[in-house]
Design a protein around this ligand. Structure first.
Ligand SMILES: Cc1cc2nc3c(=O)[nH]c(=O)nc-3n(C[C@H](O)[C@H](O)[C@H](O)COP(=O)(O)OP(=O)(O)OC[C@H]3O[C@@H](n4cnc5c(N)ncnc54)[C@H](O)[C@@H]3O)c2cc1C
Length: 465
């Protein structure tokens, strides 16, 4: 009799710790194969992430070998066409962790129904989240639309059910293969030559995620509340790409943080809470994945202006803090949260360009891109999301720069042509009238819009809805 193989569908779960699907598969089967589906189209929209995924596959493959488990990468046009072929195969059981996006959760239902009909054992587990999105609800059974009460309830709910003992992956008897046609991770290359710079800043692995968390907790979390808004200081954890790709489970973050008692920990965990909230929002209100959460914004008079959009993407708006952020994003596939808010606000309010354009650009460039946080982040900035910043609160990019990058260190790091500009003018270089230091329009652009005029225009546009 042919022995059953445990197949584990690997999505954003590049870890051994708290990888429930993998742990259960190795408990129930002597032979296990982990497979990663490379869906071409999905990756074309998320260029930067190709690099992270390729590196992660390479490292994870090595981790799995220690447990006699093969990692196989299969190229497919669609998930559906791949699984339809799999339904016809025999002698395997299949396991995976949930991905909290409406399309994935709907697809889970389709898969479990079909595997069941074909008498194939299929087990789906909790993914990288503290609470399943539907577990946290108001007393009347409706979803929370405001963060603070959501998080109060979510924390309490999670505390009540923390697992007592952690399960561990078991070693398999023998390394086996399952799929006939596989590809190597080396075939996953971003079109743009981004990865050279990424390689200097990031090292995607479970080991490094755990190491970064420990360093953050030992050295930085106590000052998190005070320093998290200053982009030139290493005030935040920079764990987001590791969380996105599942190199670390948010439960591990929770547990490690709760080993120390400090107010900074609460503030930090509340940010993990925003991630939970955003996942809940997109699943309860999936219309926000395609447009505004708040329908009244459907009539907002957005403007199309490809010249301004390109200037924004390239970090050539003439507003140093905005340009620094956009160049940081393009260089290292990450941008500080405060600056994400500033550049986002600038696009939707100063330039009146639809937030969808910003969302798309972030999706392409961010190593930590995830649907829930990116869509909700953009709608928060634009004012059309749940519990969002009101549209009429318009960030002044000069004052934001002066407040959060007082000495201009962040700007000078990412916009080297401004390195000689004195502190007084670093966030408004057009006021410096000294050609020997900066030739405006040749060294660095004049502002693409005048702040006061843009602000008035944005408020006028807002009044129309
Ligand atoms: C327009 C816009 C787009 C964004 N797009 C994304 C995205 O695609 N992916 C993404 O992970 N985050 C996104 N964010 C949220 C936030 O900017 C990043 O999570 C954060 O900057 C990551 O850096 P960090 O790991 O050092 O964060 P820390 O401050 O150390 O926070 C720890 C973790 O909490 C979560 N977190 C922190 N801030 C937020 C927040 N405001 N909303 C939701 N979760 C948060 C992240 O998982 C983060 O890694 C976006 C924010 C804005 C304003």
């Amino acid at each position: 009799m042919t022995e059953n193989i445990g197949l584990v569908w690997l999505k954003d779960d590049f870890r051994l710790k708290k990888n429930l699907a993998l742990i259960e598969a190795t408990k129930e089967n002597n032979k296990v194969v982990v497979f990663f589906l490379l869906k071409k189209k999905k990756f074309d929209e998320q260029e930067a992430q190709k690099w992270w995924v390729r590196e992660s596959l390479q490292v994870f493959r090595k981790q799995l070998i220690n447990y006699n488990i093969n990692l196989e990468i299969v190229l497919t046009d669609t998930y559906k066409s791949f699984f339809e072929k799999l339904f016809t195969k025999k002698n395997f059981s299949i396991y995976w962790n949930r991905t909290y996006e409406p399309d994935y959760l709907k697809f889970d239902e389709f898969l479990s129904k079909n595997f069941k009909e074909n008498q194939i054992k299929c087990s789906i587990f909790k993914g990288n989240i503290l609470n399943e999105f539907h577990e946290v609800k108001k007393n009347d059974g409706t979803p929370f639309k405001v963060f603070t009460p959501f998080w109060k309830n979510a924390e309490r709910f999670y505390l009540d059910k923390i697992p007592k003992r952690e399960k561990k992956i078991s070693k398999c008897s023998k390394k086996v293969s399952f799929f006939k046609k596989t590809i190597s991770e080396k075939e996953i290359y971003p079109k743009e030559k981004w990865f050279k710079k990424f390689e200097k800043c990031w090292s995607p692995s479970e080991e490094n995620a755990l190491k970064e968390l420990k360093i953050f907790i030992s050295n930085r979390v106590k000052n998190y509340s005070d320093l998290r808004n200053f982009p030139n200081l290493l005030g935040t954890s920079k764990l987001s790409p590791f969380i996105k790709h599942g190199q670390i489970h948010v439960e591990t973050i929770w547990e490690e943080c709760n080993k120390i008692k400090h107010l900074g920990v609460n503030k930090f965990l509340a940010e993990i809470g925003w991630r939970e909230f955003n996942h809940s929002l997109i699943n309860y209100f999936p219309h926000m994945l395609k447009g505004n959460y708040s329908k009244k914004f459907d009539k907002f008079p957005w403007e199309k202006n490809s010249k301004l959009l390109t200037a924004w993407k390239k970090g050539l708006t003439g507003y140093p803090i905005v340009d620094a952020g956009m160049r940081e994003l393009y260089s290292i596939g990450w941008m500080h949260n405060r600056v994400r808010m500033i550049v986002g606000s600038f696009l939707v309010k100063h330039l009146l360009i639809h937030w969808i354009e910003g969302e798309k650009h972030f999706r392409k460039c961010l190593l930590d891109f995830n649907q829930a946080n990116n869509i909700s982040g953009w709608q928060w900035v634009a004012g059309c999301g749940a519990d969002a910043a009101p549209y009429f609160r318009i960030f002044n990019p000069i004052l934001q720069g002066e407040k959060f990058d007082k000495d201009g260190d962040y700007v000078k790091k990412w916009v080297p042509e401004l390195r000689k500009v004195p502190k007084k003018f670093i966030h408004k270089p057009w006021e410096l009238n000294d050609q020997s230091i900066l030739k405006l329009d040749s060294d660095y652009p004049s502002p693409v819009v005048i702040h006061e005029e843009a602000r008035a225009r944005a408020l006028k546009a807002f009044k129309t809805i």
